[in-house]
Design a protein around this ligand. Structure first.
Ligand code: ZN
Length: 447
């Protein structure tokens, strides 16, 4: 699959969302078919694909290892699973969709009547054509998921049930990649790697972060960027347990999921509520329309930000999504497929994350060198004498905000926040004012 990796060159040099998004979409398509879980071969194979793009390390934690209040479970091995009717016809087949098998099902090989089989069948009566996604982690259970319409067709009689799986001591694996910056201070970027064939949740997040890491290889940064691809909950706990010594260096962080649809965007603040990443999210826009993010307060429900933001860590980590998990009808069903995510949405999400990183990297404190009254902007070529154009007036407002708040006590982020303008707009205005000799740069500011 050399061709895929090579696609990363030119598309990332292009500002068009569709081109950025196409490379991310191609990767999501490669990840989609794999049967991932919180352990097992699917996670290893997924990390193997990401390795075509970045020098990702595969970390292993043995089954039985304590991670805080949890224990790394036995590894789940899945070879096949199906149900055959009395005529020998496969009516449910794991090989047709890995969502058909409840994830982490224990082995079964038995003939049973429909009444007994039904106790292990899961459907969505309100969405009769869709297969639900179900898991049975940390318990001993088995089950099949199917479309309710197919379920209603099941005739009385005996069924042959085969779940060819195994749970045995092995490892939990996760992937980690470090982009080295000038500083030891780190930005943690995290996506969960445990969902099987679900495109938005979370092939989209895995693919976007991998392409971001590949894109950043050519970029020099102040912060170091630590990309972690680990199973939900137990994976972030394992990572935290292995990296407790490193946590004081985590300056900012972001969990990414569901970034391939056209909803939102939605940002959930860190538990701190006023971390720089929380403030930057409020000063970020999405897409060519410049859509502001819906900002929600922290709540202890969601993805792995729950672990990063538990009181013992309280890391400055927020959650970025397009449609919020659990709110879209395709969520955790077979309709969360490769038609549900689109290259243009992945591209817009990519740009949004890149803008947030630009804000982390490009936050400085300006000082107005001409603070007595407003400078006459037209003398510096900064003010169009032909007024009235919308973009022109927005740029002028950005100049006025920067000049007014450039008293040496406000960072560009403070100014963006106070003005209600996008950080990118404030940063461009500040750079032009510095170029014109109207402000000086008092230095990089973390917040
Ligand atoms: Zn999920």
């Amino acid at each position: 699959m050399d061709g895929v990796g090579k696609m990363l060159g030119p598309p990332f040099a292009s500002p068009r969302d569709e081109d950025l998004g196409q490379a991310i979409y191609v990767l999501a398509c490669r990840l989609f078919p794999l049967c991932r879980s919180i352990t097992g071969q699917g996670v290893r194979d997924t990390i193997g694909i990401l390795r075509d793009y970045i020098g990702i390390e595969c970390k292993e934690v043995p089954s039985g290892t304590r991670v805080f209040d949890w224990t790394i479970p036995d590894e789940w091995i899945v070879r096949d699973a199906y149900v055959k009717d009395a005529s020998g016809r496969k009516i449910i087949d794991f090989k047709a969709s890995n969502l058909h098998l409840m994830n982490y099902s224990i082995p079964v090989r038995r003939v049973m009547p429909l009444t007994e089989l039904k106790e292990h069948l899961y459907t969505l009566p309100a969405q009769p054509d869709l297969i639900p996604y179900k898991t049975a982690y940390y318990t001993d259970a088995w089950g099949f998921c199917m479309a309710h319409r197919e379920f209603l067709k099941l005739a009385d009689g005996n069924y042959e049930v085969v779940v060819d799986t195994e749970k045995r001591p092995g490892h939990l694996v996760y992937g980690e990649y470090l982009h080295d910056g000038a500083s030891r201070r780190e930005v943690l970027l995290y996506a969960h790697i445990c969902h099987p064939s679900l495109a938005n949740d979370n092939c989209s997040g895995l693919a976007l972060l991998t392409c971001l890491a590949a894109y950043m290889k050519a970029v020099k940064t102040y912060y170091s960027y630590r990309f972690v691809f680990a199973p939900g909950t137990i994976g972030s706990l394992a990572w935290l347990s292995n990296n407790e010594h490193r946590l004081p260096d985590i300056a900012h962080g972001l969990v990414l999921s569901c970034v391939g649809d056209d909803g939102g965007p939605n940002y959930k603040r860190s538990r701190r509520g006023d971390a720089p990443i929380d403030r930057i999210a409020a000063c970020t826009r999405c897409g060519d329309e410049g859509t502001p993010l819906n900002i929600a307060d922290f709540s202890p429900y969601g993805y792995d930000e729950r672990q990063f933001c538990s009181p013992g860590f309280n890391l400055p980590v927020g959650l970025l999504q397009r449609s919020a998990f659990g709110t879209f009808p395709e969520y955790h069903t077979s309709a969360d497929n490769l038609d549900f995510i689109r290259p243009e949405h992945l591209g817009a999400s990519f740009r949004m994350v890149r803008d947030m990183i630009d804000a982390l990297e490009g936050n400085w404190t300006p000082l107005n060198l001409s603070p007595k009254g407003e400078p006459q902007l037209s003398r510096y070529g900064l003010f169009s004498v032909i007024g009235g154009h919308k973009a022109n007036s927005e740029r002028t407002m950005a100049y006025l905000w920067v000049l007014n708040l450039a008293d040496g006590r406000h960072s560009l982020l403070d100014i963006a926040e106070r003005s209600g303008m996008p950080f990118s707009e404030i940063a461009m205005a500040a750079a032009a004012l510095q170029e014109a000799g109207l402000v000086s740069n008092l230095g990089f500011t973390e917040r």
